[in-house]
Design a protein around this ligand. Structure first.
Ligand SMILES: Nc1ncnc2c1ncn2[C@@H]1O[C@H](COP(=O)(O)OP(=O)(O)OP(=O)(O)O)[C@@H](O)[C@H]1O
Length: 628
């Protein structure tokens, strides 16, 4: 095979250029992180080689010890990071360095504001990896060779970070990657032995490979000898008591590619039937692509300290996809593949054990550190809400972790637990009431809440997309049924006083001829017209049957192109309302029909539904107003 050696100049993908520009400003105050990022990449590359070499020993090319080297050259004003890991082919380089192949990148860039501090957070969440080199360097040259390929397949990539890069094929006997940073004017602080060692021990101490720097002689001059600067043992293998919070935090930043501290972690060595160690973290913030259910999961799988794979989604269910960390098994075979992981008893055991640990960690936090838990909930609550549907076995424990907005406060913050709700239930109340709506305000102002307000009964206000899905699977909590206030018959049972019952009966008696008239006027448009026990201020509302989807959800699905069975709503009218009483007096059939349609249409609108012919609605409304 002939080798394509030509040198080509290419442009960065537009997104990369934008990111580079914004990142350099936003992260400047934190510039030393470039070293952590490049060491992280080097360590990942060594992990990958070790794994691939399990099935193809030749990839090691006779050089067994994996290591990372960091050096600097005062004269040339360069810092070099070198690894003997998997390396890259020419195609790999073009694909990996110079493009960002992540969905949602454009949306992410759109969120950046130019406000340095805010952007730094966002960019941190996004992860800048290799590109962070350009914070301190005005030229970066990466030379690499993929393990197992001939020396003639070396590749050199070079760029000043302003829009273009060059790639050429070069001779490179050593496998692995070398990144040379030509420092910008004023960045000489990194041409310092002590400074570099300090950064390495601060951020990369836990990297399980040796990170080496040239040994210095008594005069401070570099010798030919290399010495290990970091601790170089896998953090999770050490006893808990010997690991400081700072070490746990630094390790998190490495595994999670996050710039922020984690919110909490749980570190466990499990012995017995299966032996494994897990170190699992809850991040503080949601990564920008968390909502994508197909995105990569954050657990790294190791077998006896050998890295096996990233994003082992079999280790964490989707509703806990925000968890990051490592699992290291002693029982799995080293040659395990993704396919084998699928139906593996050991993996199933590790997974259910890890889920328990995470749920336990969250439960502790909710109990002992409610403010911290709120931070967690605000970031990841919507994901956790997928839990009861996905994880039937743990649904009670998950239910205890849920938080909702509620009429108790009326605020949009989701901070009411089901247990809080139950503790406040009225005498005689045996049901947990909720309403689902398109947004918090719509929920809070729904006519369905009127009678609950009057009786002082709390209603949970559910307005996340996932909520309909949640309540379809979570039908009870501690023996109390969860029920939508907008669906099915409403029986407020013993909370209704005799007096209230009597007043309702009288009001119904007064307008009792009305129901068949409205029914006739609306014909096929409704399933049934009946008197309501739900309303105090509104004249009418739509009621759905127990297993029907809320109107705003039906709307969403229709917009997404799904065809739904045509269902007809039940219209409930408020016998005590003036509009209803006036309709009772209306003798003109045509005008009565107009009022009846208006009643139905406004009830649909209040429910977040959409009218089939809004212009017609407006015309009818105006006719009625002018004739009234
Ligand atoms: N030293 C290296 N050896 C081999 N491949 C590397 C090396 N550095 C980077 N790469 C490749 O380039 C890709 C992009 O690296 P980059 O640091 O930009 O992002 P990342 O590490 O994938 O994620 P993040 O942006 O979250 O850090 C890596 O996924 C890897 O495939």
């Amino acid at each position: 095979m002939s080798v394509d050696t030509h040198k080509e100049t290419r442009s960065f993908q537009t997104e990369v250029s934008q990111l580079l520009h914004l990142m350099i400003n936003a992260l400047y105050s934190n510039k030393e992180i470039f070293l952590r990022e490049l060491i992280s990449n080097a360590s990942d590359a060594c992990d990958k080689l070790r794994f691939e070499a399990l099935s193809d020993d030749a990839l090691m090319e006779g050089e067994g010890e994996l290591q990372i080297q960091v050096a600097y050259d005062k004269e040339a004003r360069t810092v070099t990071i070198r690894d003997n890991g998997i390396g890259m082919s020419r195609d790999d380089v073009i694909e990996n360095i110079g493009t960002i192949a992540r969905s949602g990148t454009r949306e992410f860039l759109g969120q950046l504001t130019g406000d340095q501090q805010k952007d730094a957070h966002l960019i941190g969440q996004f992860g800048v990896g290799f590109y962070s080199a350009f914070i301190v360097a005005d030229r970066v040259t990466l030379t690499t060779r993929r393990a197992g390929m001939g020396a003639e397949h070396g590749v050199r990539w070079s760029s000043d970070g302003t829009g273009e890069f060059t790639v050429e094929t070069v001779e490179r006997p050593e496998r692995g990657t070398e990144v040379v940073l030509h420092l910008k004017e004023g960045e000489d602080e990194f041409l310092d032995d002590w400074r570099l060692r300090h950064i390495i021990t601060r951020y990369s101490d836990h990297i399980p490979l040796p990170i080496r720097m040239p040994k210095r002689d008594d005069e401070g001059n570099a010798t030919e000898e290399w010495e290990t600067v970091n601790r170089a043992s896998a953090l999770w293998t050490r006893p808990k008591g010997e690991i400081s919070d700072e070490e746990y935090q630094a390790f998190y930043k490495h595994v999670a590619h996050d710039f922020e501290e984690p919110l909490a972690w749980t570190h466990n060595r499990v012995e017995g039937r299966h032996e494994y160690t897990s170190l699992l973290y809850i991040p503080k913030r949601a990564p920008f692509d968390l909502w994508d259910r197909d995105r990569r999961h954050g657990i790294k799988l190791y077998v006896q300290r050998v890295f096996i794979m990233d994003d082992a989604e079999q280790l964490m269910p989707a509703y806990l996809r925000f968890v990051r960390g490592v699992v290291d098994s002693n029982d799995l075979p080293l040659n395990i593949s993704r396919e084998i992981l699928q139906n593996n008893r050991i993996i199933d055991g590790i997974r259910s054990g890890s889920v328990k640990k995470v749920l336990g960690l969250l439960e502790d936090m909710a109990k002992n550190e409610p403010e911290k838990y709120q931070t967690f909930w605000d970031a990841f609550g919507r994901v956790l809400k997928e839990g009861p549907a996905e994880d039937y076995a743990n649904r009670e424990q998950i239910a205890r972790l849920l938080r909702f907005a509620s009429t108790h406060t009326g605020e949009a913050t989701q901070n009411v637990s089901l247990a809080d709700y139950v503790a406040r239930m009225k005498e005689g109340q045996d049901t947990i009431y909720y309403i689902t709506a398109d947004n918090h305000t719509a929920a809070l102002h729904s006519p369905h809440l009127e009678v609950f307000r009057k009786r002082g009964i709390e209603v949970l206000l559910l307005s996340d997309r996932v909520d309909e899905w949640l309540v379809a699977h979570l039908t009870e909590f501690e023996g109390k049924a969860l029920k939508s206030v907008a669906k099915g018959d409403l029986d407020l049972g013993e909370t209704e006083t005799e007096e209230e019952k009597k007043a309702q009966q009288e009001a119904e008696e007064q307008v009792k001829e009305l129901l068949p008239r409205i029914q006739e006027a609306l014909g096929e448009r409704v399933q049934e017209v009946r008197f309501s026990h739900r309303l105090t201020d509104s004249p009418a509302c739509i009621v759905l049957s127990e297993n029907e989807m809320a109107l705003y959800m039906q709307q969403l699905l229709k917009q997404a192109g799904q065809s739904l069975p045509d269902t007809k709503p039940v219209l409930e009218v408020n016998p005590g309302h003036r509009l209803i009483q006036r309709m009772d007096q209306e003798t003109d059939t045509e005008r009565f029909g107009g009022w009846a349609r208006l009643l139905l249409d406004q009830a649909i609108l209040a429910e977040g539904g959409q009218l089939e012919d809004p212009a017609d609605f407006v015309r009818r409304l105006n006719t009625l107003i002018t004739s009234a």
